[in-house]
Every structure is written in structure tokens, then in C-alpha cells.
Design a protein around this ligand. Structure first.
Ligand code: AMP
Length: 300
């Protein structure tokens, strides 16, 4: 098995990164690491890597002896009208980034490896949690996410898995899935990595034209305005969430290229609506800049 991996690795220059395309070789390699007493961290991604993804790999390399990243543009989490076909892909560049950040193996399966003929299982969270926020416009998204992430947990048998707080709803949903299905894996949330103007790094930022890219800074401006208003609240004072959301809406509505899909305040664990601003409340938004849908959030 190691010979096969080494051969694949050599095909992308002089990399040490093991490139695994099959479930069998991925599972065997992790088992071998576990046999050696090493801990394994998993970083699931859809590729088109940026510093946000790299920060998860850094965290995994710090927290575990071996790091496995997955690169798989998962069709089951995209609806028919979404960007599955045009989603950016650059596997060689991704491999270089992974190796630079200390990743040991990348799992890069074909769609048929993950979803062979006859595939019919699914994992879902049956609560309001997946119906709020992004769930309102992306009804089947979290079912696709839970299904693929369960498969990745089962394939790798990793000890820890690293997810970005940028996708706060996804992180909360996965924590719930792991808790309710007794999955033997620790979920680690990592802070959002941002561009200089505060825009959260995202593979989808590449869709933005120069004007749209400038306009996209408005999401972070809204976060700063909200945080500022919260900071100026009298000690021990209680603010209605609506008063904070209004500030954010005003900032975003002042940008002609931006169209709000939602800005909401929810409990950070259950994702149920929160009427009052207090510690642990998640303020999350989805905003369309032209044809590109961007999300961002912060926790009070
Ligand atoms: P994706 O490739 O978009 O599915 O993202 C893979 C992982 O990277 C998810 O856990 C995301 O939350 C995380 N991620 C994406 N963007 C960022 C960012 N700007 N900062 C931190 N983590 C991120």
C-alpha cells in the first residue's frame, strides 16, 4: 500500500504529501498511523484552498500527530440551481498549500468513489436547527453536509476534525450530529480568517468582479457597526436583537450592489431565534453581492 501512495505522491513533483483517491487506501493509512500510536486530525474541504483552510490545517497539525485533508466538491450539498459545476477547482495548487502547512495526506475521491451506484443512505438533523438561517433557502444543504461528513469520519476514523466558525451553522449542526449519533470524534471550531478589509476568505470570493469585491467589504462593516453598538450598551443593559440587526441592515442597504438574504440573531447552540443580545448569541447573515452569495457571522 505504501508503494502505491508513494507512486501517486511522486506524480505531483517532489511532494511528500500522500495523495489518496480511494477509501481503502485512506482507511489503511490512518489505521497504520493509529497502530503506531499517532493521533489523526481531519480537515474536510471542497478545495480551492485559501488561508482560511490553511488555518484549519495549521490547527490540526498543532493538535494531532498526523493531518488528513479531504478535497471533495460534494454534489449532495448543492441544490440544482447552485454553483456545483462552476465551483473553483485547482488540485495541484491545493496540494502545494496542504504540504506547506504540514498536511500528511489528502483524500481526493471521485464522486463515484463516495456515491457509487445504488448509494441510498443519508444522515440528517431533524430539528429547527437546519431550517433556520441558510436552511431557509438551502433546504437539503445540511443533509448533504451531514451525510458526506459522516462518511469522511467513517472513512478516516480521525480523532479530531477541524471546521471553520465562518460556517457557524454547519459547525453547530455537525456538533449536534456527533453528540446525537455518539460519534467518537472531537470537533474543533477555528476562527474566521479575513482579508485586509475584513471580508471573510472564501473560495466563492473568486466569483466577484473588482466592483463587487469592493462592495463585499460591507458585510464586515456591518459586523463592526453591530459590535460597536453592542460595546456602547450600558453595563448590564439588555438590547433587543432587532436594534442591532437594524444597524447592520442600514449599513448593508447603503451598498447598491448588496442584497440581504437574511440577518438574524440566534442562540449559538440551538440556532433558534434570540430576541435579546447576550453572550453566546450568534448574529449571522447571508448577503448577495451581484450573483455571489456570501455568508458571515459573529458571536456576542
Ligand atoms: P469549504 O471548502 O468552503 O467547504 O470549507 C472547508 C472548511 O474551511 C470549513 O470548515 C469552513 O468553515 C472552513 N473555512 C472556510 N473559509 C474559512 C475562513 N475564512 N476562515 C476559517 N475557516 C474557513
Amino acid at each position: 500500500m505504501m508503494e502505491g501512495n508513494e507512486r501517486t505522491a511522486l506524480s505531483v513533483g517532489k511532494m511528500k504529501l500522500i495523495i489518496a483517491e480511494t477509501i481503502k487506501e485512506t482507511r489503511a493509512q490512518v489505521k497504520e498511523w493509529h497502530r503506531q500510536g499517532l493521533t489523526v486530525g481531519l480537515v474536510p474541504t471542497m478545495g480551492a484552498l485559501h488561508e482560511g483552510h490553511a488555518s484549519l490545517v495549521d490547527a490540526a497539525a498543532k493538535g494531532c500527530d498526523r493531518v488528513v485533508a479531504s478535497i471533495f466538491v460534494n454534489p449532495t450539498q448543492f441544490a440544482a440551481n447552485e454553483d456545483l459545476d462552476k465551483y473553483p477547482r485547482d488540485f495541484e495548487r491545493d496540494c502545494r498549500i496542504l504540504e506547506e502547512h504540514g498536511c500528511h495526506m489528502v483524500f481526493h475521491p471521485e464522486v463515484t468513489e463516495m456515491y457509487p451506484d445504488g448509494f441510498c443512505a443519508a444522515v440528517d438533523i431533524e430539528s429547527e436547527m437546519t431550517k433556520q438561517l441558510c436552511g431557509r433557502s438551502r433546504a437539503t444543504h445540511f443533509k448533504g453536509v451531514c451525510t458526506v461528513v459522516s462518511k469522511l469520519f467513517n472513512i478516516t476514523g480521525a480523532d479530531k476534525a477541524y471546521f471553520g466558525e465562518k460556517d457557524a451553522q454547519q459547525l453547530a449542526v455537525i456538533k449536534t450530529m456527533v453528540r446525537d449519533l455518539d460519534m467518537d470524534i472531537e470537533i474543533v471550531g477555528c476562527p474566521t480568517v479575513r482579508e485586509e478589509d475584513g471580508l471573510a476568505k472564501s473560495s466563492r470570493n473568486t466569483y466577484l468582479s473588482a466592483d463587487e469585491r469592493k462592495a463585499a467589504g460591507v458585510l464586515y462593516k456591518a459586523i463592526v457597526a453591530a459590535k460597536d453598538k453592542i460595546a456602547r450598551m450600558p453595563q448590564g443593559g439588555i438590547a433587543a436583537s432587532e436594534s442591532i440587526l437594524e444597524v447592520m441592515r442600514d449599513v448593508i442597504n447603503a451598498e447598491p450592489l448588496a442584497k440581504i438574504e437574511y440577518i438574524e440573531a440566534v442562540d449559538g447552540m440551538t440556532l433558534l431565534p434570540a430576541d435579546e443580545i447576550k453572550r453566546g448569541v450568534l448574529i449571522a447573515m447571508a448577503v448577495h453581492i451581484g450573483n455571489t452569495r456570501l455568508i458571515d457571522n459573529f458571536t456576542v
